[in-house]
Design a protein around this ligand. Structure first.
Ligand code: HEC
Ligand code: HEC
Length: 281
């Protein structure tokens, strides 16, 4: 009994020491949010400058813990921002109250007056040079999307589909990426690939298997290319691949049924003829 109690407290102690909550707001933000949010700039998600003035403390806590729950509850601000960002879902962050307090005070340091002071640096950020993609980047990206083996980790195509010439239909585990570049912009994709915020992808590309900057650039080039060169109908075709195979299966079954029927018909006809001939003999 006693040893059980000691074990329990050891486990708890281990949890406390190893999982010590990083209560540094900047650190929390860097780890969890920068793939989609940048201060002074719209990325996958909105620019969060001044957000602590725009929204109440309570609202922010709810939204960060589970934006989908707040959206589902019909909160008009949550619904509006969700619609504005093409219904791109944010992740859920089960932060403790203390972590949220640290995070929100970090966000508050980017409030409007403070931001005005920092406009010089903020505009520098906004003026980032546009990304330039060459045909070779696109080719390399198309290759990596299907065959990346450097560093290990699964290929993109095992989870995602992209409707692009010469590409076999990809996985349906995750979103179709044909028009992701149109939705989140090239900088947004670079952000996501540089530090994937989705658990499945974060696990796939981590540490040794992380994507290199060159790979991120090439993959982004490929996705921008796919977005520009694939009409909306082609994406629908891609999505309909499953339906196609489903229908194909149905047709095969119907054909099978038709053939058996035909054979049966033939047999019975032949049988009739045989019978007639037998009679005439
Ligand atoms: C996967 C991308 C992604 C990640 C990671 C992410 N966000 Fe978001 N965030 C969004 C999107 C997209 C929206 C726009 C609303 C929507 O579509 O739900 C948003 C909206 C918000 C809003 C509401 C802004 C407003 O104007 O009302 C806040 C606040 C916010 N995010 C904070 C955070 C914080 C803090 C983190 C890190 C703990 C974080 N987000 C991580 C994508 C993300
Ligand atoms: C293990 C499966 C898996 C692999 C492998 C994978 N992803 Fe993802 N990816 C996901 C999941 C899950 C999401 C979250 C969105 C969803 O549920 O579809 C996602 C989201 C994305 C998004 C954002 C989509 C959006 O509309 O929000 C991009 C861009 C992306 N992946 C690109 C890639 C690229 C490029 C590769 C290859 C280097 C890759 N992914 C490999 C599972 C995967």
């Amino acid at each position: 009994m006693n040893s059980w109690r000691i074990l329990c407290s050891a486990v708890v102690a281990a949890m406390i020491t190893t999982g010590a909550p990083a209560q540094d707001g900047a650190e929390i933000f860097k780890k969890n949010c920068t793939a989609c949010h940048k201060m002074g700039k719209k990325l996958v998600g909105p620019d969060l400058t001044g957000v602590t003035e725009k929204r109440s403390d309570e609202w922010l806590r709810k939204f960060i813990r589970s934006s989908s729950a707040l959206i589902k509850s019909g909160d008009p601000d949550a619904v509006a921002i969700f619609e504005e960002f093409n219904k791109t879902p944010m992740l859920e962050f089960p932060f403790s109250d203390a972590e949220l307090t640290a995070l929100l005070s970090y966000l508050a340091s980017f409030s409007k007056p403070a931001a005005a002071e920092a406009t010089a640096t903020a505009t520098e950020q906004v003026e980032e040079p546009a990304l330039v993609f060459t045909e070779a980047d696109v080719e390399q990206g198309r290759f990596l999307f299907q065959h990346r083996t450097t560093g290990g980790g699964p290929t993109c195509i095992s989870c995602h589909n992209v409707s692009d010439q010469g590409l076999v239909p990809g996985g349906l585990l995750a979103k179709d990426l044909t028009h992701v570049a149109g939705r989140m912009g090239d900088q947004g994709i670079v952000g996501i690939l540089g530090a994937p915020p989705f658990p499945a992808m974060a696990a796939a590309y981590n540490g040794r298997t992380a994507l290199t900057e060159t790979e991120v650039h090439a993959l982004t080039a490929f996705l921008v290319h796919a977005d520009k060169n694939t009409a909306a109908t082609a994406e629908a075709d891609g999505k309909n691949t499953m339906l196609f195979w489903g229908l194909g299966g149905l047709v095969a079954i119907l054909l099978g049924v038709a053939l058996t029927w035909a054979r049966r018909l033939k047999r019975s006809v032949r049988h009739d003829i045989d019978a007639r001939q037998l009679r005439t003999i």
